[in-house]
Ligand binder design. Structure first.
Ligand SMILES: O=C[C@H](O)COP(=O)(O)O
Length: 232
C-alpha cells in the first residue's frame, strides 16, 4: 500500500514528505472534501520537496460540468501535478460520469500521457445524492483513468467504514483491480483501521485528519506520518 497524504501548503507538504508519504496530495479543504488549491500552491508544494515524490492535486467536488472540469484538470497538470484527482460529487448517472472522466482524461493525457487521472467517488454517496462508487471501476476503465478512489463527501468525522464495510470495500478494490486500475481508499481513516486496510489491500490509502492528530483542521505532523508509515 502506498501512502497519500493531503497537505494544504508547502510547510505541511514538507512534514508529509519527511514522515514518509509516497504521494503528496495538494488540496484546499475550505472548498470541500476534494477542494482545489491554487496553481501557485501546487507549484510551491512541488518545489518545497524538490519534486522528490509524486504530487497529486484535487480539482474539486464537481457537479456535471465536463468542460470546466477538463480545464481545471489541465490547470493542475500545467501547475505540476503528477496525479489529477476529480470528485464526482453531484454527478448522478453513469452517462454523466463517463462524459466527465473521458474529457478530463483526454485533457490531461493530451498534455502529458504519463500523468495519472484519479476518479473519486464518495462512500457517503447516498447522503450527497451522488453516483454509487461501485459503478466507477467499469466507467473509469472505459474513460481511461488510472486510479479509482472513494473518499467521504461530507467531512463531519464519519468514516468511509461507516458507509462501506470491509466486505464491500474488498469487493470495490477487487473490481478496480479486475479492470487493471489502481485503487485508493480514504475518508477519515484512523490508526485502528489499519488491520482492516491491510486485509483489503488497496493500492493507495489517503489521509489527512489521522496525521493531524485526529483534527483535520489542525496541521500535519511528520511524526504521525512516520508512525503511520511504520505501522503500514
Ligand atoms: O485524500 C485524502 C483525504 O484528504 C482524506 O482526508 P481525511 O483523512 O481527513 O478524511
Amino acid at each position: 500500500m502506498k501512502l497519500l497524504i493531503s497537505p494544504i501548503n508547502p510547510e505541511e507538504a514538507i512534514a508529509a514528505y519527511e514522515g514518509g508519504a509516497d504521494i503528496v496530495d495538494v488540496k484546499n479543504p475550505k472548498e470541500g472534501s476534494l477542494g482545489a488549491n491554487f496553481p501557485w500552491i501546487i507549484r510551491s508544494v512541488k518545489e518545497s520537496i524538490n519534486s522528490a515524490k509524486p504530487i497529486s492535486a484535487t480539482i474539486g467536488d464537481f457537479n456535471f460540468k465536463p468542460g470546466t472540469a477538463s480545464l481545471a484538470a489541465l490547470g493542475a497538470a500545467v501547475a505540476g501535478a503528477d496525479y489529477i484527482k476529480v470528485g464526482l460529487y453531484d454527478v448522478q448517472t453513469e452517462e454523466q460520469a463517463l462524459e466527465m472522466l473521458t474529457n478530463i482524461t483526454r485533457s490531461v493525457k493530451d498534455y502529458n500521457p504519463d500523468l495519472k487521472v484519479v476518479a473519486s467517488g464518495y462512500s457517503d454517496y447516498e447522503r450527497i445524492n451522488s453516483i454509487n462508487p461501485h459503478l466507477l471501476p467499469a466507467i473509469g476503465a472505459k474513460a481511461g483513468v488510472d486510479v479509482v478512489m472513494v473518499d467521504t463527501g461530507i467531512k463531519d468525522g464519519r468514516s468511509t467504514f461507516e458507509f462501506m464495510d470491509e466486505e464491500e470495500l474488498t469487493k470495490f478494490t477487487s473490481a478496480i483491480r479486475a479492470v487493471g486500475l489502481e485503487s485508493a481508499l480514504a475518508g477519515t481513516l484512523k490508526f485502528e483501521d489499519l488491520p482492516m486496510l491491510k486485509r483489503i489491500q488497496p493500492d493507495i490509502i489517503g489521509v489527512r485528519g489521522m496525521v493531524c492528530g485526529g483534527d483535520r483542521t489542525s496541521c500535519i505532523k511528520a511524526e504521525l506520518v512516520d508512525k503511520l508509515k511504520n505501522e503500514m
